[in-house]
Design a protein around this ligand. Structure first.
Ligand SMILES: Nc1ncnc2c1ncn2[C@@H]1O[C@H](COP(=O)(O)OP(=O)(O)OP(=O)(O)O)[C@@H](O)[C@H]1O
Ligand SMILES: O=P(O)(O)O[C@H]1[C@H](OP(=O)(O)O)[C@@H](OP(=O)(O)O)[C@@H](O)[C@@H](O)[C@@H]1OP(=O)(O)O
Ligand SMILES: [Mg+2]
Ligand SMILES: [Mg+2]
Length: 359
């Protein structure tokens, strides 16, 4: 009998394609019956395939429409992840709202988000009342987090004097001292992996020198050594000495977020408050992050794809069984109704299948 293969079409921007689709991943997946096939986003999706699953980090109205059409034609295929679920991560307020709504019972650790406000216009930026309760330094982050270079442009703000340089809409988030180390938690379906990365130093104003009230930066944890804000500081930093957060606590948060956001592929950034060593703050959530930086990413992703293949198989089998049952049911009905034409030709109203994968 011919081997049944599971075909995943991927639609990724060039940068992501180069980092994620590595030979090591493609060959491991292929050896376990999974084919990774590039989707040509310049051509209609429905002209390509067939695909059992679509993996995408690609935006735009046209792409959304194409996914809707694909879903109608392929109700048993998976779309990772649903554009509606991803959408929430494109706004830094809605992104962290899910964290605030999350309830996790844990006697030893607590979690939340830093104090923050959203500013839509210059006028409000200078309105001291709007700042009430917010302490300097703050980090100004673009409200929109759509993956553009602009959306990663941050600024550390130390006082009111340089507010003119900020461009709303922005989120102003209190800077929390956290020992210069950030925890990145990668989620792939049920899999959760927490790693350490370098971050901004505690008391940045003192550590980074005279910074004129405002210091701009972008993607600190991705920086190459040449770009680091203060190389001496990073040399001094002993990343290895930093204790990891309790894994079960992090896993609980990851699973909670996954459930409420209905996403399979994301990561989130966590910092530990230096003042309250058991308090963790979630500062960022990213859709389809740089998984290739995760140790052993090929196996993790391949295992996840294999799980999908099994789920798809189960769906197909359930459909086949239903078809047989319907056919039998239908034949009996036809026999009962006799010559009633409508009775025999009824189509089955199929249960709407979710394209995201939940256990
Ligand atoms: N409230 C905060 N307190 C202290 N440091 C922070 C805070 N918010 C952000 N940072 C630092 O700034 C960096 C960038 O912030 P953030 O993660 O929100 O930006 P991003 O551009 O969305 O990052 P990514 O590349 O992970 O998508 C963080 O990795 C962390 O080092
Ligand atoms: O490749 P992309 O453009 O998707 O970049 C993503 C980047 O992954 P990369 O390592 O592949 O650059 C991620 O890094 P890690 O959190 O894993 O460190 C994170 O910075 C995301 O925010 C970026 O997504 P964006 O916010 O820009 O959509
Ligand atoms: Mg981040
Ligand atoms: Mg981000």
């Amino acid at each position: 009998m011919e081997e049944r293969r599971f075909c995943i079409g991927y639609a990724l921007a060039p940068k992501k394609r180069h980092s994620f689709i590595q030979d090591s991943l493609v060959s491991l997946a292929a050896s376990r019956g999974i084919d990774l096939v590039r989707i040509d986003t310049e051509r209609p999706l429905l002209d390509q395939g067939p695909f059992d699953c679509i993996l995408h980090k690609f935006y735009g109205e046209d792409w959304r429409k194409q996914l809707v059409e694909f879903r109608v034609k392929n109700p048993n295929a998976f779309i990772l992840d649903s554009p509606d679920s991803i959408e929430r991560l494109h706004n830094r307020i809605s992104m962290l709202q899910v964290v605030s709504e999350l309830k996790i019972e844990n006697p030893d650790e607590s979690f939340g988000i830093p104090k923050q406000i959203v500013i839509y216009d210059k006028e409000t930026l200078f309105d001291r009342q709007a700042w009430e309760g917010l302490k300097f330094p703050v980090i100004a982050k673009p409200l929109v987090a759509d993956g553009s270079a602009k959306s990663h442009k941050m600024a550390l703000v130390f006082n009111h004097d340089c507010l003119n340089k900020l461009k709303p809409p922005i989120v102003l988030q209190e800077f929390v001292n956290h020992g210069g180390v950030i925890f990145k938690v990668y989620v792939v379906g049920q899999y959760v992996k927490c790693v350490k990365r370098k971050s901004l130093p505690d008391e940045p104003e003192a550590k980074l020198g005279n910074v004129d009230g405002l210091l701009s930066f972008s993607q600190v944890s991705n920086m190459t050594p040449r770009e680091k804000i203060d190389d001496k500081y990073y040399k001094m930093m002993q990343l290895d000495d930093t204790e990891m957060p309790p894994l079960s606590f992090i896993t609980d948060i990851a699973r909670g977020l996954q459930r409420s956001m209905n996403l399979n592929l994301f990561n989130f950034d966590v910092i530990r408050d230096s003042k309250i060593g058991t308090r963790y703050l979630i500062i960022d959530i990213n859709y389809f992050p740089g998984y290739a930086k995760m140790p052993g990413y090929e196996k993790v992703l391949t295992d996840f794809f294999c799980d999908l293949a099994q789920k798809k198989e189960a769906l197909n089998n359930a459909d086949k069984k239903k078809d047989v049952e319907d056919k039998i049911g239908c034949d009996q009905e036809t026999r009962k109704i006799g010559s009633d034409e409508d009775g025999g030709g009824q189509s089955v109203d199929r249960e709407k299948k979710e394209t995201t994968v939940q256990d």
